[in-house]
Design a protein around this ligand. Structure first.
Ligand SMILES: Cc1cc2nc3c(=O)[nH]c(=O)nc-3n(C[C@H](O)[C@H](O)[C@H](O)COP(=O)(O)O)c2cc1C
Length: 354
C-alpha cells in the first residue's frame, strides 16, 4: 500500500454534544446547531480539510439528550463554509436512495463540489425498531445497503438508472443538476465486518477505519486492497481522539484525567452498548482496545507530545491513511491546539520513501 504524502485532517461535528466523557468540567454537553456552526466555521478557518456529521435520529446515550440532525445541518454548513469538505452519514433504512441522491446532489451544488456521504449500516437497534422500521440481521443490512448505494452512486454519477433488485425497483431515473466540476460527491463507508469490507472494495471511494493498533489496521487495509475492484484504488480514513501536549508526560496525565471522568460516567457507555447489535464487528473491536472517544478514539495512539503525535500521524500516512477524522475534548480548545502545534510538525516530516 502506497504511503500518503499530504495527509488531510478532519473534525467530527459534535452531534452528541461531546465525544469524550460527558461530565468534563470545561466541556458542557452541547449538541446545538449554534455550537456546531461556530465549531465547523472555525475548523474551516483553521484549515481543516473535512468534517464528518455522524447520523443518529435519537441520541444513543439517552433519548432525553439533544442530537444534531445530520442532513439539514450538512446543507446549512455547505452554504456557510468556504473550503472544508462536508461529509454526512446516512443509514440506508432511513431514506429511499432516490430521495437521498437528490439531497446529496443539492448539497453538492450548495457546497460547490465539497460534499461527501458516509454510508453506515447501523448498529443502534431501538432507533429503527421504535419507529416501526424493522432492524434486519447484520448481513442482510449490508445486502440492503449494497443495493441502496448502487442506486445512489448511479444517480450521483448523473446516469439514467434502471435497477431491479430484492429491495429496490427503480426504472429509467435520472437526476439533475449534477455538479459540473467533478464526477460526483465522494462516497465514504464506515464498517469493519467482512460484508462491510466487500462493500468498500466494490462501492466506496474512501473507507473509514476505527482507531485501533497499527498491526490491525495494516491487516484491514491489506484485506481491502486485495479484493477485486474497478476504477481508482480505495483511499483510507482513520478515526482518532487526540490528546496532545508539550511533553509526553503532560499528555499522559491529561489522558489519565479523562479516564477518571470516563470511569465516573461509564453507565452511559454501558447503556449504549446494550442497545447495539451484538453482531456489529465494530463493537467487538472497541471491547478489545479500551479507549477514550468513539470509533476507536485514543486506541489510534494519537496521545503524546506534539512531536510524538505528529510522528505517529506520519507513520499512519506512510501506511496509507489519507484522512484523519479527529475528536478532541474540550473540542474547540484542543482543535485549536492541534492546528497550531501538531499540523505544522506533520508538514515538516518527510514521508518514508520505502
Ligand atoms: C468513521 C466511522 C463513522 C461512523 N459513523 C456512524 C454513524 O454516523 N452512525 C451509525 O449508526 N454508525 C456509524 N458508524 C458505524 C458503522 O457504520 C457500522 O454500523 C458499524 O461499524 C457496524 O458494522 P460492522 O459490523 O461492519 O463493523 C461509523 C463507523 C465509522 C468507522
Amino acid at each position: 500500500m502506497a504511503g500518503v504524502a499530504h495527509p488531510r485532517f478532519g473534525v467530527w461535528a459534535v452531534v452528541y454534544g461531546s465525544w469524550g466523557p460527558f461530565d468534563h468540567p470545561d466541556d458542557p454537553v452541547d449538541a446545538s446547531w449554534e455550537r456546531n456552526k461556530q465549531l465547523i466555521l472555525e475548523a474551516d478557518r483553521l484549515g481543516f480539510d473535512s468534517t464528518l456529521i455522524a447520523q443518529h435520529l435519537v441520541n444513543p446515550f439517552g433519548d432525553e439528550l439533544d442530537q444534531l440532525e445530520t442532513w439539514t445541518s450538512a446543507a446549512a454548513l455547505a452554504a456557510l463554509t468556504e473550503r472544508i469538505e462536508i461529509i454526512a452519514a446516512i443509514k440506508p433504512y432511513l431514506v429511499h436512495p432516490v430521495v437521498l441522491a437528490k439531497q446529496a446532489l443539492q448539497i453538492e451544488q450548495i457546497s460547490g463540489g465539497r460534499f461527501g456521504l458516509n454510508l453506515v449500516n447501523a448498529w443502534f437497534k431501538p432507533e429503527l425498531e421504535r419507529a416501526g422500521i424493522p432492524f434486519a440481521e447484520h448481513d442482510e443490512r449490508y445486502a440492503y445497503g449494497r443495493e441502496w448505494i448502487t442506486v445512489v452512486r448511479g444517480l450521483l454519477n448523473g446516469e439514467r438508472v434502471s435497477f431491479q433488485g430484492k429491495y429496490f425497483h427503480v426504472e429509467d431515473y435520472q437526476l439533475r443538476p449534477i455538479d459540473a466540476t467533478r464526477t460526483r460527491p465522494t462516497v465514504y463507508v464506515g464498517g469493519e465486518s467482512d460484508p462491510a469490507r466487500a462493500l468498500v472494495a466494490d462501492k466506496a471511494d474512501v473507507w473509514f477505519i476505527n482507531g485501533q493498533p497499527r498491526a490491525e489496521v495494516e491487516r484491514l487495509i491489506a484485506d481491502v486492497a486485495a479484493r477485486p475492484r474497478e476504477g481508482d484504488p480505495v483511499r483510507f480514513g482513520l478515526s482518532a481522539f487526540v490528546v496532545a501536549r508539550e511533553t509526553d508526560a503532560e499528555a499522559e496525565a491529561e489522558l489519565a484525567a479523562l479516564w477518571e471522568l470516563a470511569e465516573a460516567g461509564k453507565a452511559r457507555w454501558e447503556a449504549l452498548v446494550a442497545d447495539a447489535d451484538p453482531k456489529a464487528v465494530m463493537f467487538q473491536t472497541f471491547a478489545k482496545y479500551p479507549h477514550i472517544g468513539t470509533n476507536g478514539g485514543t486506541a489510534a495512539g494519537l496521545v503524546g507530545s506534539y512531536d510524538t503525535v505528529a510522528r505517529r500521524i506520519r507513520e499512519w500516512a506512510d501506511l496509507g491513511i489519507e484522512t484523519f477524522m479527529l475528536q478532541f475534548q474540550p473540542f474547540e480548545a484542543e482543535m485549536r491546539r492541534f492546528a497550531e502545534h501538531v499540523v505544522p510538525r506533520v508538514r515538516e516530516l518527510a514521508p518514508n520513501a520505502s
